[in-house]
Design a protein around this ligand. Structure first.
Ligand SMILES: [Fe+2]
Ligand SMILES: [Fe+2]
Length: 301
């Protein structure tokens, strides 16, 4: 993977030059660059928290965030106690202004991922690590031209390849801002388009961080439910969940993550190990979509 344009952090410092390869050496260099603003803030003390509170009431997600035994207040508490470095808060402010659709998507995927970690108790996940990574997974899109991201017509090969650099860009930005040594959220950004069968990008990995696997399922769900410039209608929740199930059957997505979403979408909110899933009843994707085309669109950004 090569950097396609000079990459700057939000303070205007050059992080990586056009044409540079992503190597351990480059990652180490970015990690060791002097930090610009060492301040961190709990999300609850920022505009992001107010926006999450609104987003969690999005009518498309009513049933999903509907109470059950995992309350909205619990999700908000974990989100609110997630600490972000100053650079990340500034990136999200920039995204809110320039890419409002992507910003809202970050907030939905963040909230869903927290809920998932609370449902998947057996995995012993750290909800705050998940929260940090999920709320920032698409931060790399801040460096992709808006006219490319929202292009209603087919992309050129160059544009398509450019969009597909967003996990790598996001990874480098997070490595740049994060103070923690393990950078698990940077890895979530890096791996959220990888698929368990090795068909994802940027590296075609089969061994993917569990946090990136959860984000991947939520990422696709929100892409299907959203109105996008490249398709007329969004998916109904039921049809979107069927699509995710097919991805589990094809061994591309994490089964427990998708089962958790199905459980959230049921009124009785069954435990995941008690969930009965019918593989027969399939709904139809919205009119005006060629399924293959849509898969292509969903899959690649
Ligand atoms: Fe993405
Ligand atoms: Fe995303």
């Amino acid at each position: 993977m090569v950097i396609v344009e000079d990459l700057y952090d939000i303070y205007g410092t050059l992080i990586a030059k056009k044409g540079e390869r992503i190597t351990q050496h480059l990652i180490k260099r970015v990690k060791n660059m002097p930090k610009k603003n060492k301040k961190r803030a709990a999300m609850k003390n920022t505009f992001i928290y107010r926006d999450v509170k609104k987003t969690i009431h999005d009518p498309r997600y009513r049933i999903i965030f509907d109470e059950g035994h995992i309350k909205k207040a619990k999700i908000l508490k974990i989100a609110g106690n997630t600490f972000f470095e100053d650079g990340i808060i500034k990136e999200l402010a920039y995204m809110k202004k320039n890419l409002p659709y992507t910003y809202k998507h970050e907030l939905i995927v963040g909230s869903l991922t927290i809920k998932m970690t609370l449902a998947l108790k057996a995995h012993r996940l750290n909800s705050r690590t998940a929260s940090y990574g999920a709320f920032t997974h698409d931060i790399g899109k801040n460096r992709i031209a808006k006219k490319v991201l929202s292009k209603p017509t087919a992309l050129t090969v160059k544009e398509y390849e450019f969009i597909r650099t967003h996990p790598t860009i996001g990874f480098l930005l997070l490595v740049r801002y994060e103070k923690k040594k393990d950078s698990r959220s940077a890895i979530t950004a890096y791996q959220h388009h990888e698929r368990l069968d090795g068909t994802g990008y940027p590296n075609g990995l089969r061994k993917i961080s569990i946090y990136a696997q959860l984000v991947a399922a939520n990422d696709i769900l929100d892409a299907l439910l959203a109105k996008r410039p490249y398709r007329k209608e969004s998916f109904k929740l039921r049809v979107a969940l069927d699509y995710l199930l097919e991805e589990v059957e094809a061994k591309r997505l994490n089964r427990d993550a998708v089962y958790a979403l199905i459980s959230f979408a049921r009124k009785d909110k069954p435990e995941i190990n008690e969930l009965k899933v019918s593989l027969r009843k399939r709904g139809k994707s919205p009119k005006g979509n060629v399924y293959g085309k849509l898969v292509h669109a969903v899959y690649h950004w």
